[in-house]
Write a protein of this length. Structure first.
Length: 318
C-alpha cells in the first residue's frame, strides 16, 4: 500500500557504483580507449581528418572512373572544374590543410583544458529521480509507484543511454550545420527558425555587400565555382575558423557531449561537409535526403552567388 504523501524520489531506482556490465548498453566499449594506444581525446581530433580525406578520396575515385552509371548523377562536367574554378587543386589542398591544422590546434587546447568526470551510476541515479518525479506527477502515487517498481530501472536506462545521447547529438548537429549554413543560407527556411535563419541570411548578405569582407575573406569561398569533395573546407582561414572551427566547438559545448560522443559528432559533421561538396547528386545517398542543404543546394549557391557577389561588391563601390 502506497502512502500518497510519499516523495516521488522514494520510487526512483538505485544504481550501485561501479555499475555492473549488464547496466551498460550494447554500444558501450568497456576499455579505457576506443582505439588501443590512442586516447579518446586524441581520437576526436584524428577522426575528422581521417574521415575527410578517406571520404574525399572515395569521391575522387568515383569522379575518375567515368562510369555511365555515375555520370548521370554528376552535377558538372569534368571540364568545368578546369575552366570555371579560379583556384588550382594544389592551392585548395594547401588551404584545406592549413584550416585542418588550425582546427586541430584549437581542438587540442580545448580538449586539454576540458577535464571530463565520468560517473554513470551517479548520473543514472539523478535521472532515475527525474523519471520518478515525472511518472508520479503524471500517474499519481499508487499507479506511478507500481509502474516505477516494475519499469523504473529500465526506463531510466533507456533515457540515459539512448534518449539523452540522441537528443544531444541531434542538437549538436543542428548547431553545427546552422553555423555552416551561414556560408550558404536558405531564406526559405525562416519559418522553422526565424531568428537563427534571419541572422544567418543577414550575415551572409553582409559578406556579399560589404566590399572589404567579400574581396578579402568571403570571395575565397566562391573561387571554387565547381566544388569537389576535397575542397569542402576551402575557405579563407578567418572564415573557416569563425564558422567551421568555432561552430563545431560551440555545438560540442552547448550539447554537453562526452569525448566519445565528440568522436562520433566530429566524424559525422565532417562526413556531411564532404558529401555536400562531392559534385554528385546520388538518389541513394541518405545525407542528400536528410538535409536540404545538400550537394545540389551548395552547387546552386556557389554558381549563383559567385556571380551575384562581385556584382554587389562593384555596386557598393559605385
Amino acid at each position: 500500500m502506497f502512502n500518497s504523501s510519499s516523495s516521488a524520489e522514494a520510487f526512483a531506482p538505485h544504481f550501485s557504483s561501479p555499475l555492473p556490465a549488464s547496466s551498460y548498453p550494447v554500444y558501450h566499449v568497456h576499455r579505457a580507449d576506443l582505439v588501443p594506444g590512442m586516447t579518446d581525446k586524441v581520437l576526436s581530433l584524428v577522426a575528422p581528418l581521417v574521415v575527410y580525406w578517406a571520404f574525399s578520396l572515395f569521391f575522387h575515385l568515383l569522379d575518375s572512373l567515368n562510369w555511365d552509371a555515375l555520370e548521370r548523377h554528376r552535377i558538372h562536367e569534368p571540364e568545368e572544374v578546369k575552366t570555371k574554378n579560379r583556384v588550382t587543386p594544389g592551392e585548395v589542398v594547401v588551404a584545406v590543410l592549413l584550416q585542418q591544422v588550425i582546427q586541430t590546434v584549437v581542438g587540442f587546447v580545448w580538449l586539454v583544458s576540458d577535464e571530463e568526470v565520468s560517473d554513470p551510476a551517479g548520473d543514472l541515479n539523478a535521472w532515475g529521480r527525474t523519471v520518478a518525479k515525472v511518472v508520479i506527477g503524471a500517474a499519481g502515487t499508487r499507479t506511478g509507484g507500481e509502474w516505477m517498481a516494475k519499469h523504473g530501472q529500465r526506463a531510466t536506462e533507456l533515457v540515459y543511454w539512448w534518449a539523452l545521447p540522441t537528443v544531444q547529438m541531434a542538437f549538436a548537429l543542428c548547431v553545427s550545420l546552422s553555423a555552416a549554413t551561414l556560408r550558404c543560407p536558405d531564406p526559405k527556411r525562416s519559418d522553422r527558425s526565424f531568428v537563427l535563419d534571419g541572422w544567418q541570411y543577414m550575415m551572409h548578405r553582409t559578406a556579399h555587400q560589404v566590399t572589404f569582407l567579400y574581396r578579402t575573406v568571403h570571395s575565397w569561398h566562391h573561387r571554387l565555382y565547381v566544388p569537389y569533395a576535397y575542397g569542402a573546407l576551402y575557405n579563407h582561414p578567418l572564415e573557416g575558423f569563425a564558422l567551421d572551427t568555432c561552430g563545431s566547438g560551440l555545438a560540442h559545448a552547448m550539447a554537453g557531449l562526452s569525448t566519445r560522443q565528440a568522436v562520433l559528432f566530429f566524424a559525422l559533421s565532417t562526413l556531411k561537409t564532404v558529401d555536400d561538396h562531392c559534385g554528385f547528386a546520388f538518389p541513394w545517398d541518405p545525407l542528400q535526403h536528410l538535409f536540404g542543404n545538400n550537394a545540389d543546394y551548395h552547387d546552386i549557391h556557389r554558381t549563383f552567388l559567385s556571380c551575384v557577389g562581385p556584382r554587389l561588391a562593384l555596386r557598393m563601390t559605385g
